[in-house]
Every structure is written in structure tokens, then in C-alpha cells.
Design a binder for this molecule. Sequence first.
Ligand SMILES: [Zn+2]
Length: 306
Amino acid sequence: MNPSRPSLRSALGVVLAAVVALVASMVPAGSSLASASSATAVVRGLSPAVLAWRLTAPATQTIGYSQRGRAIVAHRQGSPDAAQVVLIVGQMHGSEPRGVDVVREVRQLIFPKGVQVWTISTMNPDGFAAHTRANARHVDLNRNFPHLWKPNPKSATYFPGVRAASESETQAVMAFLDELRPDVVVSLHQAFRAVDLGPPKAQRWIDVLSAATGLPIKNIPCNGECRGTMTGWFNSTFVGAAITVELPRHVSHTQAKIYARAIRSLASALVAPPLPVPSPSVSPSGSATPSVTPVPTVTTAPTLSA
Ligand SMILES: [Zn+2]
């Protein structure tokens, strides 16, 4: 909140009243974040409260703190009333630093009107400082989200925490995602060199990211079952789509710029009209031929990552 701009607040109030009327019919039955993680959860979409939150959200804000007290910061580019919302999480595993470089480049770009791009450079600042995959309590944050979470006390590498969402970093990101309700979340990891398979609602954005990055679309293994992942939780809880992108191990400055521009391609696609439904075209010889651009075969697959 910014109390120094009362006139803007007043104007926003008028806008909000209209927006509330428009979207009231779009509001699904409410549910708590905890219940949203259950198998019977209602998938949560936009609401007047979400739109109000977006309009008043500071462009740079601390969304929570790590176990060691480091700030987790989200930053917005674009107008707060832009209808389409993208969130990039540059880093979840502290030993995978190149997504932070990509976010740095994303923050240099200008995005099309109609889309607001949020970035979190790292949601694991303790791991980033220590160059460790896990957070300061040795928890793999990408096993700590409350979707298919399962205890795994024996795993040193993928320890999911003592309970779902036990970690302050997880809680901060969950609360922020529930406030923001982005249309697309891109979670950057290393180093499988691929855009992960995802649910059907993510397919268009997966295709855009693969084409713009040159990274193939692959089923990224989870070293076992994909449990407690952020993308899995988001995709099962919200209308929007979350995608894992695995960068190469080595990312040059030039490559970081390319990956950042891929995010801009994604933003452009979000505000572009969807492609027309392919229909048969007639060749000069009179025979009908499909005018379909081939797309990779996709099955619903668990997401995650290194
Ligand atoms: Zn990772």
C-alpha cells in the first residue's frame, strides 16, 4: 500500500467497483489455501479481491523471509491494471544460479501493453548464499508444497520438510501466488536443458517457450515421484498454468538475454489472440490437405526438476 497517493486510491476505487461487477460471476467457490491443496480442491480463478490486490500492489515488495531472515522480493514490470499476469521465479534451488541471471535480463526489457510481468529473483536466498540446493533447514523447497506431499525423512537431497509447507519460503510464495493469481508461472531450474511437459492448459505457453529458447520439450524426471512441487501445486490449485524450464548448466550473458527475450515472447503471446483453429485447405490439385502446424505430443505428466 502507498498512502502517499490518495487521489490515485480514489480513482482506483471507482475502477474497482466496475471491475467487481464485471467479474462477480467469475468467482469460484472460495476455499482456503490448505483445503485447496486437497484432492477435491476447487481450482481458484480471479476474484474482485485479486483484482483489487493487483491494482494496489507496490511494484517492488517483500513477500516474506527465508529461514535465516533474508527478504524474498517480488518486482513488477508493466501496469498493475494489465489483464494478463506472468510470474518468473528465477531460482528455487540455491545451487542453480543461472535463472537469477535471466531474471536480471528480464528486468531490462520492455513488455507489451496488457501484460504485467512479475519476477522473483530467488525464493531461496539462504540456499543462494550458501550455494546449496536446499534451504537453511536442508529442505528441498520443490518438495515442500502441499500437492502430493509425502514424508521422506531418509532423503538428504530431496528432503521435503517435516510437513507440507513447513518452510517460510514456501509459505511466502504460496501466499503471493494466491494474491496475484498469475496466468502463467515460469519456474527456472538447471540443468536438464528442457522445457518440462505440463498439463494441457500449459501447452500453448510450453510451445512458445520451447520455440523461443531452443530448448526441447521433455518429461523432466523427479528422481522418483514428483511430490510437493511448486508447479504441481499451482497447476492443481489455480486456473493459471505453471511451467518448469530447465536451463543448461552453463548460461552465457548472451544466452541469458535470449532466455529473457523468450519471456517477452511469452508475454507477447499472452496478449495476442489465440491462433485460429486449423482447417483443411485445398491444394491447387483440389485435394484437401491439413494446414496444421505439428505440435509435440503431450501427456499429462508430473513436473519437476533437478
Ligand atoms: Zn531445481
